[in-house]
Structures are given as structure tokens and as C-alpha cells.
Design a binder for this molecule. Structure first.
Ligand SMILES: O=P(O)(O)O[C@H]1O[C@H](CO)[C@@H](O)[C@H]1O
Ligand SMILES: Nc1nc2[nH]cnc2c(=O)[nH]1
Length: 289
């Protein structure tokens, strides 16, 4: 796949998908590491391996199956990415966010992003679910932004605002749902920070992030949210806290990807229920098939 992607490239992929499925999704869900089971809740599935979709990048990370699944959650049509693309895999940021613009062209109005993340906040525990209130896009602050290059006005403005992008109403609905599901004791709300990866944080880096007010850190999500916001989508995000980031030189623990995937399994049912109920409560004009 080439590095410069133009409107026609997104359009070709969207047209191919529209020709292969009757589903017309209004909601897209991106599954984080080990969270691909979120797609299992979809009814009447049509699914496509990324390798079959013209123009789609390929997943290379364990815990990211590489399948696009269309289907219904409580009667609402959704498309779900079982596997996302990360900058550290060697993809350009345009490629990591390619699906988001394709979703826009499919008619998607709301993007739900999920990820596995390490916690910096002292009060967080492994297994907590963090509703994302805001993000710090470290690569973005350093000039690595998926919107770099000529702006395509068909998608959005040159200088999109990034304040208040994680939809307040959806966050409130999610909180209320967690209460009614009896899981609010392990639900948090906080700031997600994207770093480039693929290495986990050094202790000095962890301390820096902690001082900056970061609650959870990962290697994804922010570019997808930037692109979704640029093209006018509503955004909701969840981080599953899979590990505590090591902040002390006395700590002998260290994190690894296998442990991240293990914890993802632990909360799979709760996350699936939360996302399903959230989608079912969304105000969506659903014109399926
Ligand atoms: O952000 P997701 O895709 O959930 O994955 C997270 O888990 C991986 C590290 O274990 C990194 O890719 C990090 O970003
Ligand atoms: N950067 C980063 N990404 C993660 N993904 C899951 N856990 C972590 C972590 O501790 N740090």
C-alpha cells in the first residue's frame, strides 16, 4: 500500500465493502489488544479478513486477528475491527487510520475506540475500565499526525479543534450503565496518553507521564480519534487497564504483551455487555440493508 492515500483510495475500499455486505453501519468499533471478542456479540455477521479487502493494511500484532466484522448489536448496525494498526508496526499514520475514513464513507457516525493500557494513576487497579475523558497525543505533539500533508476538505477542515472530543453524553450513559450492571467499583474516567512504542516505558518516562497527569498509557487510539474528529464523527473510548506502569526503581515487576492479553480476557464479558448496551442506547437513525 502506498504512503500517500487520496480520496479515491478510501472510496474504492468503501465501495468494495458496500458491494459485499448488505449492512450499512452507523457505528464502528475498534478492538484493542486482546479485545477482539467485542465483535463476537454482533448478530447476522458478514466478516472479511483484512487480506481480502482491497487497500486495507494488514495486522501484525498478536491479539489483533485482522478481520472486519459487520453485524447488528441489539438491532443497531455496526462494523467492528478485530485488530487495529499501530505506528510501531511500520505503518504510516495515514495507514493506521485508513479504516476510519473508510468507515466515514460507509456512513458511520460514531466511533468507539477500545485499547489495552498501562495505568499511571495511583488509584487504578489492573482490570479497571477507564472511560476516556481526553487524550495526550505525544506523537502528534511531536509532529507525527495522520492529518499531515495537504488537507482533504471533503473529510474536514485544515485545523480541527480537539477539545471535548470524547462525547460527554455517551460518557454519562456509559457511567450509568456501569452502575446498573453493578460494575462501577472498577470503572474510572481519565486521560489516555499515546506514546509511539513498541517498548514499554522506562521508569523515568513513567514518572514523567505521571507528573503530566496521564492516567493510562498505550500505543494507539489518538490518531484514530484525531481522524474521526476531523471528519465529524462522534467518539467514545474505553481503556482496559491491563497493568500498572512501573514507576519505582524498587519494583522488580515488568510488563509484557502476554500479560496484557491475559488481563484483556478477564474483563471481556463486561466490556462486551457495556459496548452492546451503549450502542443499543445510542440515538441512531438505522437504515439497515
Ligand atoms: O492499544 P492496543 O491496540 O489495545 O494495544 C496495546 O497493547 C500493546 C502492548 O501490549 C500495544 O499495542 C498497546 O497499544
Ligand atoms: N505504552 C504502553 N502501552 C501499553 N499497553 C498495555 N500496557 C501498556 C503500557 O504499560 N504501556
Amino acid at each position: 500500500m502506498k504512503d500517500q492515500i487520496c480520496y479515491d483510495d478510501y472510496q474504492k475500499t468503501a465501495s468494495w465493502l458496500l458491494s459485499q455486505t448488505q449492512h450499512r453501519p452507523k457505528v464502528a468499533i475498534i478492538c484493542g489488544s486482546g479485545l477482539g471478542m467485542l465483535a463476537d456479540a454482533l448478530k447476522c455477521q458478514d466478516s472479511f479478513p483484512y487480506s481480502d479487502i482491497p487497500g486495507f493494511p494488514q495486522s501484525t500484532v498478536q491479539g489483533h486477528a485482522g478481520r472486519l466484522v459487520f453485524g447488528e448489536l441489539k438491532g443497531k448496525t455496526c462494523v467492528c475491527m478485530q485488530g487495529r494498526f499501530h505506528m510501531y508496526e511500520g505503518h504510516s499514520l495515514c495507514k493506521t487510520t485508513f479504516p476510519v475514513r473508510v468507515f466515514k464513507l460507509l456512513g458511520v457516525e460514531t466511533l468507539i475506540v477500545t485499547n489495552a493500557a498501562g495505568s499511571l494513576a495511583d488509584s487504578y487497579q489492573v482490570g479497571d475500565i477507564m472511560i476516556i475523558k481526553d487524550h495526550i497525543n505525544f506523537p502528534g505533539l511531536a509532529g507525527l499526525n495522520p492529518l499531515n500533508g495537504p488537507n482533504d476538505d471533503k473529510f474536514g477542515p485544515r485545523f480541527p479543534p480537539m477539545s471535548g472530543v470524547y462525547d460527554k453524553d455517551l460518557r454519562k450513559i456509559a457511567f450509568d450503565l456501569c452502575k446498573s450492571m453493578g460494575v462501577s467499583q472498577f470503572v474510572q474516567e481519565g486521560v489516555y496518553c499515546m506514546v509511539g512504542g513498541p517498548n514499554f516505558e522506562s521508569i523515568a518516562e513513567a514518572r514523567l507521564l505521571h507528573r503530566l497527569g496521564v492516567d493510562a498509557v498505550g500505543m494507539s487510539t489518538a490518531p484514530e480519534v484525531v481522524v474521526a474528529t476531523h471528519c465529524g464523527m462522534r467518539v467514545f473510548g474505553l481503556s482496559l487497564i491491563t497493568n500498572k506502569v512501573v514507576k519505582s526503581y524498587n519494583d522488580t515487576e515488568s510488563v509484557n504483551h502476554e500479560a496484557v492479553l491475559e488481563v484483556s480476557k478477564l474483563r471481556s464479558q463486561t466490556l462486551q455487555m457495556l459496548v452492546t448496551e451503549l450502542v443499543s442506547r445510542m440515538d441512531i437513525n438505522n437504515n439497515t440493508t
